[in-house]
Write a protein that binds this ligand. Sequence first.
Ligand code: NIG
Ligand code: FE
Length: 410
Amino acid sequence: MYIINIGTLVGVDGEGFLSRRGKDMNKLGLVENAWLHIDNDRFSDWGSMEMLPDIGTEPVVDAKGGFVYPSFCDSHTHIVYAGSREREFIDKINGLSYEEIAKRGGGILNSADLLHSTPEDELYRQSMERVREITAMGTGCVEIKSGYGLTTADELKMLRVIARIAESSPMKVKATFLGAHAVGRAYAGRQSEYVRLVCDEMLPAVAAEGLADFVDVFCDAGFFTVEDTDRILTAASAYGLRPKIHANELAISGGVQIGVKHNAMSVDHLERMGEEEIAILSQSRTVATMLPGASFFLGMPYAPARRAIDSNAIVALASDYNPGSSPSGNMRMVMSLGCIKMKMTPSEAINATTLNGAFAMGESSDYGSIAKGKKANFYITRPMPSTDFYPYAYSTPVIKQVYLNGKAID
Ligand code: NIG
Ligand code: FE
């Protein structure tokens, strides 16, 4: 299939970078007035309309001056959950903090109660609505975490739902086991025993069914300690599960250090960062994944993207789509927040929401840019004045047609 008359083809990569770090994050391949060729489900070639090859009898789509972008790669979500938590939204409006809500037994435990009483099929149905929502907004590769189960049975239920989504959605889906998201209710006051349950019962069960690609721990003030995290990541490494952890959202928690020590794919959140944490990430291949939607929604500081990029880190942006701290999977908004609130350039924000997000999921050889042989996950926009317009006009609908695996999605 040929896409012709593309105003600007964005995110083109002739060299096949697996990630971009530091200064290179500001490099974004662009071809103006372009065509793009897709062979079955993969990109095969592109060029300028002035040198359009003989199309023969292949199907042609006329982009009519619209732009083509590689699909967003959202490397941190919790989109499998039951119900919603707008009651806490009102608590927050009335002055309670995220930590205060959690301490009162709301927050994650509230979602765990709801998930427990929701049958698996219904959980799948509710989650698929969000899957369709983010697909329509341009996401083509997504990581989904467990962590609202907090018992072995309910964590397995969540991970099975993620596996069903992976089977039935045209998006690429990666699964992360987050048993240590909060201490389950039955273990209140017995955190160490809960960590033992995660290590000795949940992890083996998850691994036996092959339900997870990665392991996560909420390593932060009021949640799991560095020692807990060390225990869980050590246990998970025996099953080949690499970490992608929640760190430094509520305090300078030591999460960055313990994540990097365990060769994490990524350390995520990072709203509270000292110089040491930045220096460590700038020397490592662990991705600094920042979640500006959570900062926006909770009124927290934004993670220091500028400092991290200027220090040569690999920065990704993700949505954190979840019912408590970021009830949105809108990656275009995330990209705009990166520019508006974190002073990223539009090119940096595109790389952070596509290629570096894919790298944070171990999927950048197949997703995250328009490169020969990569999966044809992309979308066509309406015509725009420039690539800078896209994060700038942050709520103007521009996506006209999404394609996943080379096929148009309704
Ligand atoms: O990434 N910070 C920890 N976990 C989620 C929030 C989960 C919830 O509140 O339900 C997050 O923000
Ligand atoms: Fe999260």
